[in-house]
Design a protein around this ligand. Structure first.
Ligand SMILES: Nc1ncnc2c1ncn2[C@@H]1O[C@H](COP(=O)(O)OP(=O)(O)OP(=O)(O)O)[C@@H](O)[C@H]1O
Ligand SMILES: [Mg+2]
Length: 287
């Protein structure tokens, strides 16, 4: 009988969804690399209660990235203080996802450096977790096993805690296939939370969700961020989403930071806020 060989990726790669990226990379022949710079220091918004202050400072310094002849990032500079929530917006193909791969250490810049708390990134970073638009769950593993995929000591308890955080504890024994898209994305969020990230990268994580589910995810993410204070980078095409969630919105254009603005409105933010609406307009003009 011919056996079916299932490729089981390393848990550390699966937990961030990076396995898929690596598989895609293997399918492409492209070489890579690059970097650029900008430095803006801002304080954290005030907060009270049980805050864990997990965030680390992220510095992107003179980043250049080229794929062969194509220059994607051209002297991109950005400093994100520990715990800050930054939204990045920019047109399709401007290099947002490529930038995320540099930050997590999956790719190397052509030149320039990515540093986390002053330490240059070389290779995959355990302190950085990446959440994608699709949940990338393993269909042959239960919800609980997907969340605890790293299988570190005490993983079951940690995974249950994370599932509780995203409101899915009672679904822990089910298969990914029976969950809705929004629920799958919450499982994927639980999987990154279990890794206790210091830097959380969100690459259009809500893009495929309907408006109501999206709004629920915004509330959930803001709640978790206020509690954990991981440094957060959210890539989104939705400028309303950017100003609703972020402390700061950065527009990428021509491979660099073209516009950078603080969002100082109190939380939770009101979508009817006129200042936010004006800010959205301003940002849209820059994209
Ligand atoms: N492995 C690769 N080999 C060659 N070119 C690549 C590779 N990965 C990305 N690119 C190119 O780099 C550019 C930026 O791609 P990237 O995926 O970072 O854009 P993006 O801003 O995330 O776009 P979108 O908003 O559509 O997701 C594109 O022109 C893309 O074709
Ligand atoms: Mg992208």
């Amino acid at each position: 009988m011919r056996g079916i060989r299932r490729i089981t990726p390393a848990p550390s790669l699966v937990e961030t969804g990076l396995w898929h990226s690596i598989m895609l990379k293997r399918l492409s022949s492209a070489d890579r690399i690059p970097v650029a710079k900008t430095s803006i220091g801002r304080g954290l918004p005030s907060t009270d209660g049980n805050v864990r202050a997990k965030g680390k400072e992220l510095a992107l310094d003179h980043l250049h990235l080229s794929f062969g002849e194509r220059a994607v990032l051209r002297d991109l500079n950005l400093t994100v203080p520990a715990g800050q929530f930054v939204a990045i917006v920019g047109r399709s193909g401007v290099g947002k996802s490529s930038l995320m791969r540099l930050i997590v250490g999956l790719d190397k810049p052509t030149s320039g450096t990515v540093s986390i708390d002053g330490n240059p990134v070389r290779g995959l970073q355990k302190s950085v977790k990446l959440l994608f638009q699709d949940a990338r769950l393993l269909p042959w593993q239960t919800v609980l096993s997907n969340v605890g995929i790293a299988r570190t000591p005490g993983w079951r308890e940690a995974a249950m805690t994370a599932l509780r955080d995203v409101g899915l504890a009672e679904r822990h024994g089910e298969w990914p296939a029976v969950l809705s898209g929004g629920q799958r994305q919450r499982v994927a969020l639980a999987r990154v939370l279990v890794g206790e990230p210091n830097v959380l990268l969100l690459d259009e994580p809500f893009g495929a969700l309907d408006a109501l589910t999206r709004a629920d995810m915004h509330v959930l993410l803001e709640k978790l961020w206020l509690r954990e204070r991981f440094t957060t980078i959210l890539i989104t095409h939705d400028v309303a989403e950017a100003v609703a969630l972020a402390d700061r919105v950065v527009v990428m254009r021509d491979g660099r930071v073209a516009f950078d603005v603080d969002v100082s409105a109190d939380r939770p933010r009101q979508r009817t806020d006129r200042d936010l609406a004006a800010l959205q307009e301003r940002i849209l003009r820059e994209v």
